[in-house]
Write a protein that binds this ligand. Sequence first.
Ligand SMILES: [Zn+2]
Length: 491
Amino acid sequence: MSATASGLRLTNTLTRTKEDFSPIDASNVRMYVCGPTVYDFAHIGNARPVIVFDVLYRLLRHVYGAVHVTYVRNITDVDDKINARALRDFGDDIAAGRLTLNEAIRKVTEKTADQFHKDVKALGCLPPTFEPRATEFVQPREDGRTDMIGLIQSLIERGHAYEAAGEVLFDTASMPDYGELSKRPLDEQQAGARIAVDTHKKNPQDFVLWKLSSPEEPGWESPWGQEAWTAAGWTGKPKGRPGWHIECSAMSSAYLGEIFDIHGGGLDLIFPHHENEIAQSRCAHGTSVMANYWMHNGFLQVEGQKMSKSLGNFFTIRELLETDSFGGREWPGEVLRLAMLMTHYREPIDFAVRKLEEAENTLRKWKRAADLASASAVEIPAEVIAALSDDLATYSAFQFLTQLAGDAIDGNESAAASLRAALEFLGFDVSAEVDKAVVDEAIAARLAFIAQKNWAEADRIRDELLGQGVQLKDGKDPATGERITTWEVKR
Ligand SMILES: [Zn+2]
């Protein structure tokens, strides 16, 4: 499909307007979304951008073709809290040379990253095309992909960064349109920065690209801070670590190039994180933009209040999926997914038990209706694509699904098939809900009836299972000659 004919419109934070989406290269549409810091389990606020941009990813794949979309979501595994944990747990191994710092950090972050992957899979999200880890992009790479030290070097060479007191700082005065994304008045930026004005900064809003580590602190050998390192009485070459923002500039450039199509994340990242990503990337590459479309999802509250540990309304995704801490019960991932998408992505969302119950009821009705479809595959309804193409108007798409469900219940089988296709496209599981334990129990009961030669009961169980889409296959164990029954789901 040609770039202009996609009909896709997206609200761009850069211009604060809804714009026609036109990719730089329709054969490779490129999107970057800021990923989690894998220090602690992801909370439900973290789930929102993952779900929202998964819907956009699916839509882009539908419009441009699955192989023509590249989606990058990073894993932040450079963080002082993670570093402290790595040193605490593996300090001896590092000192003895049994583990490198990267390996120790990897051990600390592995568990959290694994849980994150389980969480987002349960939420029905597709894995991104690439999921780079920050630690692998600090130093120059063998494959030549953009790295953080190289990027900082470019910024210094181009006069956009300076070294002071062992740090490398971005010189915001060197960029005339710094602040274009957040559109924060300059005095507000300064007021915010004045809380902790560092005397070595040229301007209060200058931000850290690289900071010096002590020999005990985790760090990577770097070209900067030799003077401060030596002055502190330390020997050898200085070690340091990157600031937070630089990692996304490096990893987006590494996989998507200097300018790409869409950059996404939560509203809370606009300032300073995304503002500083733009400053770094544009000034390092000498480009006029970093990404053409900046998209931000709204905030998330829980039962009408800001989520916080002190208020006792702080929930991880895992807690909702696997414990009864929210509303006294566990919640299926797809119910959380639907609840999240019932509110438009740009609006604030109030995550509440009532909302989850509503989502569960809706999903149950849709699935019951979709189950009336025969096996034949059909196109995803144009109405659903049109709704999503209008700045991800999920609510309108869902209204159409409810209409399809009504038609399906009234006996319109093509409506059922369309509903089924739409649900699958939107990331909801429409495969037969077969409880393996229940099937195995039924098979055991049937075998018992067969042993008693009670064919009527045995056949009744077989037909009942078939009605649920489970087909039994009788055979003989070649070794023992005993009857064995296997089964498969028929659609
Ligand atoms: Zn980022």
